[in-house]
Design a protein around this ligand. Structure first.
Ligand code: ATP
Ligand code: MG
Length: 744
């Protein structure tokens, strides 16, 4: 699944079923072509799971094996479902339903309600938390804001695990849940909450699934009708299925077995709501004849990013972690992740916004950049910082694009112009489709240049700009297309909620970024208390937070910026510390206690407002201010040629795999060896005590320019750097050792 810039909006539709398989690796092909029987794909982030299943559906449809309308593809967010619909259309698989569990159930419930229950379906409640607050007030229980949130989450958990109020206490104890209040109190609140809903004739999000399940269970005629409609099921992100969704899936499936699930247990990020990777991991036990496919090639991210992702997973614990799959990047090397420490949150937001501004100025499309945070409340600071610099951003989910008033109005105007055709004077000077569209949009007060500033005006402009871009891409793909064709395309997109790309930096929570990808990702607010979030207390909760960070890291294709702030507000006490999950991975940090990680040196960036305390935190060697560069971190090392994670001592010294090609300067190597022999002779110690061969090779390969670069080479510790650094750098610079001024 891709955000924005990488999937051309109108790539040519494959001209045959076989052509759908082009661009799949052998394992993905297996997923796409084994169309019968249960299948389970277990694979890490960015390995092409979503790609494999969309191609599977498209292949099935194009080969005539699946009736499009008999396929139901299910995923977890509207955004992901919209993206999947878009992909299916591009592959020529029209008419396939791709929905979230919720929207598929809602549709069925709306359809069957009048027949099964009678009357109109009750309204869906928009603010569950308010109802819980009302229930608390009604029974005289005082809840603070945090408790209110936690009790609401408990009610949701009870519902998705199909636990009634009377059983809540027992079920919560059995599941080992840390309840925010006395379980008997929560059960009371839960019961009252259900009564209140009934009194007010509303249903909640979970009721949609519960009621659909109840109807399918009790009414065989309805179940048969649904089963006659849907025969093949595909579920993406199956690690996040909860027992209620699983039950619904089983009811849809009946006795049949045309089910394909894909998932990554390491990306389980909804277990606090009752989701569990157990259904994914136990798939074969439940479906003994199932084909299980594993994918390990990561097509999304550079070796540098994959390396960090693997490093995070290496520290994970628990059932999901037992099934982790080490990712192998298929991409060319890119820049190292950048870690930046700031004094306070506004400084962090400003720092990120400035960097984003530079990236956009250097040609990175804004839509290829995302800022991801742990809680939605962090969004505002970033909105403000981006707005201050005039950088466009988008918050709204792609699914609502066609509901935006400006888009609706523009589509009506385009439809009108298409109807008038050449007789519309608006179009007099417009020679081609893109300029016709621009002319119509101009009549809606749209200008090709963005307005200054941000906010609603800018968002409106971005929506219309997205339509203008879409027209351009459409005309490029279909040169003889008319305005009427474009309007038909827009209608179809509106029906399938396939939104065009809006140019703007995406601001999103880590949870909502699941399945998506961007060229550049900023992971912000990576502190203790934020990730892991303060209320994550049990080991399982902490592990879930780690997986959430893993999801964040693996959203990046090329560049990753990780940052944190030491205090909340300017002038505040700098008491925060970076997330424990980065220990051993970020510059300036030791590995997690008792867990050795292979080490290299690296750098940490300092936000422009960093404090002395921050400098100290990032400088455990206490060398800041001295002329010797800091030895800043221990972190997993990777081959500088192919990017593979290095583990052996020899390869760690070389900073490449032993069999990857060497680009060593042979002459330099020889000069270094001569110098080493001289040093060893002078001090009466063996040559390898000065530097080993591998270290000399690594120096001759990387030809460091300064002490900092030299210090990054494994085998060049502080002591050796002080003692030999100047000599080695002089030799590397083609000078005679001992000739440099200032040498001691
Ligand atoms: P996630 O776990 O984050 O959901 P995923 O396993 O679903 O990831 P996709 O989103 O399907 O992965 O693919 C990741 C990226 O790799 C996409 O840009 C996709 O187009 C690309 N990709 C996948 N398979 C291939 C392939 N065989 N050749 C080239 N690119 C590929
Ligand atoms: Mg995916």
């Amino acid at each position: 699944m891709t955000a924005a810039t990488h999937s051309p909006l109108f790539s040519p539709i494959p001209d045959s079923a076989d052509a759908v398989l082009d661009g799949l690796d052998p394992e993905q092909r297996e997923v796409a072509t084994c169309l019968r029987g249960p299948m389970c794909v277990l694979a890490g982030a960015g390995t092409g799971k979503t790609r494999a299943i969309t191609h599977r559906i498209a292949y099935g449809v194009r080969a005539g094996i699946y009736q499009p309308s008999s396929v139901l593809a299910v995923t977890f967010t509207n955004r992901a479902a919209g993206e999947m619909r878009g992909r299916l259309r591009q592959l020529g698989a029209h008419g396939v339903q791709a929905r979230t569990f919720h929207s598929a159930a809602l549709r069925q419930l709306q359809y069957f309600w009048p027949k099964v229950i009678g009357g109109a379906m009750p309204r869906l409640v928009d603010r569950k938390i308010q109802l819980v607050a009302d229930a608390a007030a009604a029974c005289g229980i005082r809840l603070d804001r945090g408790e209110l949130r936690d009790v609401t989450a408990e009610i949701e958990w009870a519902k998705v695990t199909q636990t009634v109020p009377a059983d809540y206490g027992l079920a919560a104890a059995k599941a080992g849940r840390e309840t925010p209040r006395d379980p008997a109190e929560i059960a009371r609140l839960y019961s009252l909450y259900e009564d209140l809903k009934q009194d007010r004739s509303v249903i909640d999000f979970e009721d949609v699934l519960l009621l659909t399940v109840a109807i399918l269970q009790e009414r065989h005629d309805v179940a048969e009708q649904v089963r006659a409609q849907y025969q093949h099921f595909v579920v993406d992100e199956y690690q996040d299925v909860n027992p209620l969704q699983q039950r619904l899936l089983e009811l849809w499936l009946g006795e049949r077995d045309s089910l394909c699930v894909v998932g990554d247990a390491s990306q389980t990020i909804y277990s606090f709501t009752g989701a569990t990777p157990d259904y994914l991991l136990d798939f074969r036990a439940r479906h003994p004849g199932a084909t299980v496919v594993k994918l390990v090639r990561d097509y999304r991210s550079t070796p540098q990013i994959v390396h960090l992702a693997n490093g995070l997973l290496a520290q994970a614990r628990g059932r999901a972690a037992d099934h982790r799959l080490e990712l192998v990047s298929q991409r060319a090397p890119g820049p190292d992740p950048v870690y930046t420490e700031y004094t306070d949150e506004p400084a962090e937001a400003e720092g990120a916004a400035r960097r984003i501004q530079e990236l956009v100025a250097s040609g990175v499309p804004a839509s290829g950049i995302a800022v991801l945070f742990r809680t939605n409340s962090q969004s505002e600071t970033y909105e403000q910082a981006l707005a201050d610099l005039g950088v466009p951003y988008q918050l709204r989910g792609a699914e609502r694009f066609f509901d935006r008033p400006e888009v609706r109005k523009a589509v009506i105007a385009l439809r009108g112009a298409a109807r008038f055709g050449g007789n519309d004077s608006l179009l007099d000077d417009a020679v081609d489709l893109p300029s016709q569209v621009r002319a119509v949009l101009s009549a809606e007060d749209w200008t090709p240049q963005p307005p200054a500033g941000s906010g609603a005006v800018r968002e409106r402009w971005e929506s219309l700009a997205a339509l203008a871009h879409l027209a351009q891409d459409f005309a490029a793909a279909r040169p003889d297309a008319t305005l009427s064709d474009l309007v038909a395309e827009l209608d179809e997109r509106a029906n399938t909620q396939h939104a065009p790309t809006v140019q703007g930096v995406t601001l999103a929570s880590l949870h909502s970024a699941k399945g998506l990808e961007w060229d550049v990702v900023f992971l912000v607010g990576v502190t203790e208390g934020m990730i892991p979030i303060t209320y994550a207390r049990t080991d399982e909760q902490i592990e879930e937070e780690r997986r959430l960070l893993y999801v964040g890291v693996t959203r990046a294709r090329e560049q990753l910026y990780v940052s944190w702030a030491l205090s909340r507000s300017p002038g505040g006490r700098p008491h925060r510390r970076p997330s424990r999950f980065l220990d051993g991975l970020r510059p300036g940090s030791a590995g997690p206690a008792g867990r050795g990680l292979p080490g290299v040196f690296g750098g940490i960036e300092r936000g422009f407002a960093a404090t002395a305390g921050a400098a100290e935190a990032a400088d455990p060697m206490g060398t800041a201010g001295s002329s010797v560069p800091r030895r800043t971190r221990r972190a997993p090392a990777r081959c500088r040629v192919c990017g593979r994670t290095l583990t052996g001592g020899g390869e760690l010294k070389l900073m490449r795999c032993e069999d990857c090609p060497s680009d060593m300067d042979e002459g330099l190597y020889e000069r270094l060896r001569e110098w080493r022999a001289e040093q060893a002779g002078r001090s009466g110690q063996p040559a390898f005590c000065v530097f080993t061969d591998k270290t000399l090779m690594a120096i001759a390969e990387s030809v460091p320019d300064d002490e900092y670069e030299l210090a990054r080479i494994p085998g060049v510790g502080m002591r050796k750097l002080r003692r030999y650094g100047a000599d080695v750098l002089a030799i590397c610079a083609g000078q005679k050792p001992g000739t440099e001024t200032g040498q001691n």
